[in-house]
Ligand binder design. Structure first.
Ligand code: NAG
Ligand code: NAG
Ligand code: NAG
Ligand code: NAG
Ligand code: NAG
Ligand code: NAG
Ligand code: NAG
Ligand code: NAG
Ligand code: NAG
Length: 475
């Protein structure tokens, strides 16, 4: 017990001076999956180690947000029996990520034994299976299907313009330079990789796949030969450079579509907590490292070079709605602040802590809600029609939404019940070609319907133009 205060003091200086009067009104957690087998040897599986990491992280968040005795306990949240109106969870269609989510939720609301007993009309007492195990449903998120079997995460975004943008990295001079300067290093790994990667594949092009194989082997395989720590570190730095450049580029925001979508989901969920008077309280989403990197870039965290590195397994980031206003329930919006926290790896109560970081290049770790909304809206995608527009997609889920981007946006609601984009949201952040601007104007003036938006996709490539915000009520 005595080591805990000392650890807290070291690990969480920005949090140390929290007033006990502070109340947490709600939170959004984005959680990376746990330890898994190598992506290059599909199907990837969550390991027992990964299961434990997620379970422990879930338990950490139980101690932080759910437990009635916690200082950061979410105001009014049910502390032992889950209330499904208060919490929601989502994950893409991916085995590793879905199972990580389930493991996390097991830790978040552990079994409650006979407290879950139910007495029927005829007097029979029903005991729920597995010692009062609590069931929490997991919703699907649209993108990210098969993430952990896919070494190129951007393809799982299904966003046409983002794929084009990420692909551009392979034509950049910084990529070409690293490709040639590291060629000898990668070729030297042939024996360690024992033919898992073909000789022609041993290059910076596969920086992530190669590092992932060796990292997994270094954790699990007692008979594998692993390069020295120094070489492993070098390979990690290279993989980080590779993956960060695919996930974020300061001049092409669409490359970070995973972060733009996540930002919109966070905004919508936290806003829901406020507008519902606190009915919904805790939202969780499970996913892959690319969403972290994309968000880090967009939110101005990457001036700190640590944030350009892939977060390790079971890392968490969380956005908290906090207030110092006394009383109960949701206070005036002007009294609500947002705090962003991150922890690199499995969170375990008492030994590791989340740390608060200031967003958007500011100095304060707490920012007023209205300011958080304004800054987030500079890059957030908050509706499906907006997604279709910035991605330049016009088929599939986007084929019938062309109406809503021009004529009746206020009636559009996506499958996630997202609120509509605030007019002007798109602003200067959207990277579309000049043709897109002209098309939008023509559509506005003549109230035409966009029949083939796919023509926009190639134009967006490499060119950059800000489009005038499309008024939300054009007709
Ligand atoms: C719960 O149900 C189990 C099995 O029916 C029973 O053994 C136990 O006594 C019950 N506990 C309570 C508190 O009702
Ligand atoms: C009470 O109702 C349940 C559910 O219908 C049934 O399974 C059980 O046998 C009943 N118990 C008695 C004592 O009738
Ligand atoms: C968007 O377009 C890309 C490229 O044409 C395609 O691969 C992807 O499946 C589309 N996304 C959706 C959601 O239809
Ligand atoms: C953005 O991406 C393009 C193409 O991949 C590249 O040429 C440019 O250097 C990148 N910019 C930065 C700041 O990385
Ligand atoms: C390389 O893999 C083969 C099977 O593909 C195995 O028989 C051999 O023992 C491995 N070599 C080493 C050095 O582990
Ligand atoms: C462990 O490493 C050895 C040597 O590289 C390899 O042959 C074997 O397939 C690996 N085992 C697993 C489970 O990957
Ligand atoms: C919050 O929700 C309300 C009610 O649904 C809506 O009017 C408002 O625009 C939303 N604000 C944000 C920032 O999403
Ligand atoms: C998390 O840890 C990894 C591995 O050490 C590192 O590459 C990355 O930069 C770290 N991220 C942050 C934000 O500390
Ligand atoms: C609450 O007050 C404490 C002490 O003055 C301060 O450190 C903290 O930032 C405040 N929190 C919010 C959400 O305003």
């Amino acid at each position: 017990m005595t080591i805990i205060p000392a650890l807290l003091a070291i690990a969480s200086l920005p949090l140390a001076d929290l007033a006990s009067a502070e109340r947490v009104l709600g939170a959004y957690i984005f959680q990376r999956h746990g330890d898994r087998t190598a992506k290059a040897l599909p199907p990837a599986k969550l390991t027992d180690l990964g299961y434990n990491q997620e379970y422990m992280s879930g338990n950490f968040f139980h101690q932080r947000y759910i437990s009635a005795s916690s200082q950061n306990h979410i105001d009014g949240i049910s502390s032992s029996v889950v209330s499904l109106a208060q919490v929601s969870a989502s994950a893409p269609q991916d085995t590793v990520i879905q199972l990580s989510g389930q493991a996390f939720l097991q830790g978040l609301y552990p079994p409650i034994g006979s407290a879950a007993n139910e007495t029927l009309r005829n007097g029979s007492v029903i005991y729920s299976p597995m010692s009062g195990y609590q069931l929490i449903p997991m919703a699907d998120v649209q993108s990210g299907t098969g993430s952990e079997d896919n070494t190129w995460l951007q393809s799982t975004s299904e966003c046409s313009n983002a794929e084009v943008s990420s692909n551009d990295y392979y034509y950049s001079s910084s990529y070409q330079k690293l490709l040639s300067s590291t060629s000898a290093l990668y070729q030297s790994l042939a024996s360690d990789l024992n033919n898992t990667v073909s000789t022609s594949g041993l290059s910076f092009k596969n920086a992530f796949t190669i590092w992932d194989l060796l990292n997994v082997a270094s954790i699990h395989n007692a008979s594998a030969s692993i390069p020295s720590d120094q070489v492993m570190q070098e390979l990690l730095v290279l993989a980080n450079t590779h993956e960060f450049n695919l996930a974020y580029n300061s001049s092409e925001s669409i490359r970070s579509v995973a972060g733009m979508t996540l930002a919109g989901e966070v905004l919508t969920a936290l806003n829901q907590t406020i507008t519902s008077g606190g009915k919904s309280k805790l939202t969780m989403q499970f996913g892959a490292y690319a969403s972290f990197l994309a968000y880090f870039g967009l939110a101005g965290l990457t001036n700190n070079v640590e944030f350009t590195g892939m977060p390790v397994y079971a890392s968490s980031m969380t956005w908290e709605l906090v207030t110092n206003a006394s009383g109960t329930g949701i206070p005036a919006v002007s009294d609500i602040n947002v705090r962003f926290l991150f922890h690199n790896g499995t969170s375990i109560d008492g030994s590791t802590q989340l740390q608060a970081y200031p967003l958007f290049g500011q100095s304060e770790v707490e920012i007023p809600w209205t300011q958080f909304v304004d800054s987030t809206n500079k890059f957030a995608i908050t509706s499906q029609s907006q997604w279709c527009q910035v991605c330049g997609n016009s088929t599939g889920i986007c084929s019938s939404s062309s109406d809503s981007t021009t004529n009746t946006p206020s009636s559009d609601s996506s499958s996630h019940g997202m609120s509509l984009a605030v007019a002007g949201v798109i602003g200067a952040m959207v990277t579309l070609g000049v043709l897109a601007v002209l098309t939008a104007l023509i559509l506005l003036v003549f109230n035409l319907r966009l029949v083939r938006k796919s023509v926009l996709a190639p134009v967006g490539r490499g060119s950059e133009a800000s489009i005038t915000p499309v008024p939300s009520k054009a007709a």
